[in-house]
Structures are given as C-alpha cells and as structure tokens.
Design a protein around this ligand. Structure first.
Ligand SMILES: [Zn+2]
Length: 287
C-alpha cells in the first residue's frame, strides 16, 4: 500500500512541478493553455518524450542531463517528486489512527490533508521562484480548511482536534470548532497586518498575510500560534546563515511562504513535542 501511494505521489509531484514552473501571475493558476502541452527542455526547447518524463527514474537514467543538449537538469524536479511521494506516504497515517480507521470520514480527512500539504509545496515552489503567493492557492487552502472543520467537528473537544495534543487545552477556546478556527484565522491575519504596517511592507507581503489567515482556518487555535512561532524561528535561523554566508543582506526581501509551509509540516507531525519544548522554554511547565 505504501509503495503504491509513494509511486502515485511521484506522478502527482511531476504534475505539481509543471504547475509551479509554468505559473504566470497574470493568469489563473490552472489555466489550461499554460499547463497543457508537452514539457520541453528549459535550455534547448526540445519536446520531451514520455520516457524522459518518468518521475525520478528518467532523471537518474539521464544522469541529470538533457538527452539532446546535455544541459544539466534542475535537481528541483526529482526533489519535488520525492517530496510528493513522501506526502502521500506519511500524511494519511498521521490522520488515521486505530480508533478512527473504521470511519469513512477519516479517509476523507486524510485525503484533504494530503491536498493541504501538496498546496503548501506548490506555494513554496512559486514563492521561491517569484516571491509571491497565488490567491488561488490560499483560497483553496481555506476551502480545504472549511471541509476539514465539517468533517472533524464531532471530534472537537478539550483534548481532541489539535496537533498540540493535551497542550491545546491551556489556551482555551475549545467549545466551538468554527469559532476556534475563525479566531485563529483573524488573529494570524491581524498579526501579519501589523508586521506589514510596522515594516512598511518591506518584510512581509499581502500573500504572507493571506497564507497566514488561510493556515488559521486549516489548523485552528492554538496550533496557528505554534506554526507562526516555528516559522519565525526557522526564518531567523535561515536568514542568519544566509547573511553569514554573505549571500543576502538584511534588506533583501526573503519569501516567507516556505517557512510557513515547513512550520506547518513540523506542527502536523511533531506538534505535541514542539509545544512541550516551547512551554518549557517559556517556563510554563517545570523541567
Ligand atoms: Zn536540452
């Protein structure tokens, strides 16, 4: 089962890469004219045959080079394909537990969570390339979030419905799932809005604000807090390394979408452990 999921993920990954590399900010994300048609070598423009488009394997067989012009192919392609494979293998099993595996809704939720992380990967690729986040992707995340709320509303309680596990109870707001996720979205959006005003738009952009709010709808409260905290910690560490290597100065804008995506992955898989770590750091719980 896991092998099949992985292979399917590889195929989805190669499609995702097509959307990401051909995305044109002035057109709809899934515009058929843009994403339709055979893939070509970025260097010589030669159309690629089906045997050159097999995920990962083609790349390995061609030793990472175009068959006609021998130009080096970007490592991004196999990397994105493998990441998609991993999303298909690991995300469902984080959602499906022995206690909910007999419910059909759990499988639906697992599928929706796969879509959430595929969208976050797409956002990461586009934000890295163009330094912007497509509205379509954020709107899609909100839709997925609302569907997930509907699916999981019956399991929402003090102890359930958060990736932080029992630590979620500390912040309250666990009577109503809609109110919980709405407040998560608004506070996250306000936070980014404040940052944009303070930095006069030089740090964050509108895309980051919308993504922050969308993640609030998807993850709810207080998971969004843990995601924002993690994203800023990872972002600061990264910019420190970046500046030390003199690749960029503090002034140059850095895409923030990828950090929000990485933080979402961390909270989804290790939310409970990270919450314990943060609370220890803030001295809320004894060593
Ligand atoms: Zn070529």
């Amino acid at each position: 089962m896991r092998v099949l999921l992985f292979l399917f993920g590889l195929a989805v990954g190669s499609f995702l890469d097509v959307i990401a590399t051909r995305y044109n900010p002035n057109k709809f994300l899934l515009e058929k004219k843009v994403i339709g048609g055979r893939s070509r070598c970025a260097k010589c423009g030669k159309e690629l045959g089906w045997f050159e488009l097999v995920p990962v394997i083609s790349f390995a067989l061609q030793a990472g080079r175009c068959r006609s012009c021998k130009a080096k192919l970007s490592l991004e392609y196999p990397l994105v394909e493998i990441l998609c494979g991993l999303i298909f293998v690991f995300v469902p099993f984080q959602v499906l537990t022995p206690s909910n595996i007999q419910h059909l809704t759990s499988y639906l939720a697992a599928f929706l969570w796969i879509l959430v992380f595929l969208t976050l990967l797409l956002i990461t690729l586009i934000d890295l390339r163009l330094n912007l986040i497509p509205d379509e992707a954020n709107i899609f995340l909100v839709i997925l979030g609302v569907l997930l709320i509907i699916l999981t509303a019956s399991h929402f309680s003090l102890a359930e419905g958060s990736f932080l596990g029992p630590y979620a109870a500390i912040t309250g707001l666990r009577q109503n799932i809609w109110l919980n996720h709405l407040i998560a979205a608004i506070s996250s959006g306000l936070f980014f809005g404040l940052l944009i005003v303070i930095t006069r738009g030089r740090g964050m952009g509108g895309g980051d604000l919308k993504l922050g709010a969308a993640l609030g709808v998807v993850f709810g409260w207080p998971d969004i807090l843990a995601i924002l905290a993690s994203a800023f910690i990872i972002g600061s560490l990264f910019s420190l390394v970046w500046i030390l290597r003199r690749k960029k100065t503090l002034k140059s804008a850095m895409p923030f979408g990828p950090f929000l995506a990485i933080a979402s992955v961390l909270i989804f898989f290790f939310g409970g452990d990270l919450a314990r770590l943060y609370l220890k750091f803030l001295n809320f719980i004894p060593q």
